[in-house]
Design a protein around this ligand. Structure first.
Ligand code: GRF
Length: 203
């Protein structure tokens, strides 16, 4: 059984896609052991609670220093003892020590075809605003392993999505979620649970 901890910051639609895929059997042999958010009011936490999954917030401003916040976040993850950490709409860069500790066992969903429109400052709607501004005809989503950089780890899966005439950032974001993110993230998790996709780091 693959135990996963899901880190979230917002609405939690990718978390919902994972929960639904586990319930429908699209993701096999997997259990969400914890949902952790850096925002106490993230609706993703409510989605987890409605699903009977342990959910908690670890909020930076509640700690006197970034180091103590990082320690609390790491402790919350360690307590869940996950095999895999899934960043699903998580908007903070993980502390380097945490990335090293879980090296090869952290994946992230990014709403573009990396290496386009990624890196510092490219998150949420900003990604789709940049896509529309550049005028590309195809965008999509990427699932990748997390390394010490931002959106720089090894790519695991990608899915292309057409940019349509008259798209607004909101309309395009929704299409990328529906047609790409909510499909490839569950597929990758199922692949890891089945051993088709190999995790790195400590065996
Ligand atoms: C989405 O744009 C997703 O691509 C990005 O974070 C945003 C919110 O995702 N990773 P969610 O609805 O909280 O899963």
């Amino acid at each position: 059984m693959l135990k996963i901890a899901v880190l979230v910051s917002g609405g939690g639609t990718n978390l919902q896609a994972i929960m639904d895929a586990i319930d429908s059997g699209k993701i096999r042999d997997t259990q969400i052991v914890s949902v952790i958010s850096n925002k106490a009011d993230a609706y993703a936490l409510e989605r987890a609670r409605l699903h009977g999954i342990a959910a908690r917030a670890v909020v930076k401003k509640d700690y006197p220093s970034p180091e103590e916040f990082h320690a609390a976040l790491t402790e919350a993850i360690d307590e869940a003892a996950p095999d895999l950490i899934v960043l699903a709409g998580f908007l903070l860069v993980l502390p380097e020590a945490l990335v090293k500790k879980y090296s090869g066992r952290i994946i992230n969903i990014h709403p573009s075809l990396i290496p386009s429109f990624c890196g510092n400052g490219f998150y949420g709607l900003r990604v789709h605003e940049a896509v529309l501004k550049r005028g590309v005809k195809v965008t999509g989503a990427t699932v990748h392993f997390v390394d010490e950089g931002t959106d720089t780890g090894p790519i695991i899966a990608q899915k292309a999505v057409e940019v349509k005439e008259g798209d607004t950032p909101e309309v395009l974001q929704r299409r990328v979620m529906e047609e790409a993110e909510w499909i490839i993230l569950p597929q990758v998790i199922d692949g890891i649970a089945a051993g088709r996709i190999k995790m790195g780091g400590a065996e």
